[in-house]
Design a protein around this ligand. Sequence first.
Ligand code: GLN
Length: 285
Amino acid sequence: MRAQDALVAATRRLRAAGIENAAGDARRLLAHALAIAPDRLTLALHDPMPEGADARLEAALSAREARQPVAQITGKRLFWGHAFRVTRDTLDPRPETEILVETALEHPFVHALDLGTGTGCILISLLKSMPFAAGLGTDLSPGALEVARGNAQALGVADRAKFLRSDWFAEVPGRFDLIVSNPPYIAEAEMEGLSPDVRDWEPHGALTPGGDGLDAYRAIAKGAPARLMAGGRIVLEIGPTQAAAVTELLAAQGFEAIETRQDLDGRDRVILARKPRDPAECGAL
Ligand code: GLN
């Protein structure tokens, strides 16, 4: 069988299973089975399927029919132009989160803290773009920390990126001029309504803090002033309905210049704020 025929059959099969982006997913899974980059696939379509590729494609399609996310099946996700390893221990990096990276890079920094780092995609992307900076990534999940360390190694920033198991700020030492986080923010009651790809396969603790979805922001806003240098910045991803609530949490801790940024769909996605230059003005409230 030619790869082209395998692609047509795979697309049909995923469509029949109700997968939304059947054609795109089939291409990524076929490229994975052929062990080539997805952008090389078109060139390989006229060749016969090499030995072993059929079995790899079959396994990948069965997993996708069971709603496992493509990035978990291929083990990779492109984010900020870099290939990150993704497993069941980590949130699958979303394109919207690149807005957070872009926003954080608006001002130079030398020492960044990424709370709930997952794959490490935010911290590692920041360090790749800021060659003289160093950073610390934390997570509660030992599995995620192992993935993040591997990604830092593979992407050549292991000498500038440290990773630490910590419940938000609990074990975090030192001071930073930038704090970033894409924390769990889905309300408990909204979990049921998520697509099975997300709800059944991605780590529960990376999606929801329980309750109204704001607990992670409460912990982060409360602890941030003590770990930020005067004039330092905080940049957080938020859910589309959370801008007002998170603005209020940051304002209550004395943060200033609080702004909201939108994603490409026009939804509120990122909040940024600054700790006042006079430290007495922030965190003393
Ligand atoms: N953006 C993710 C989603 O929509 C949620 C990630 C998070 O809670 N930080 O599924």
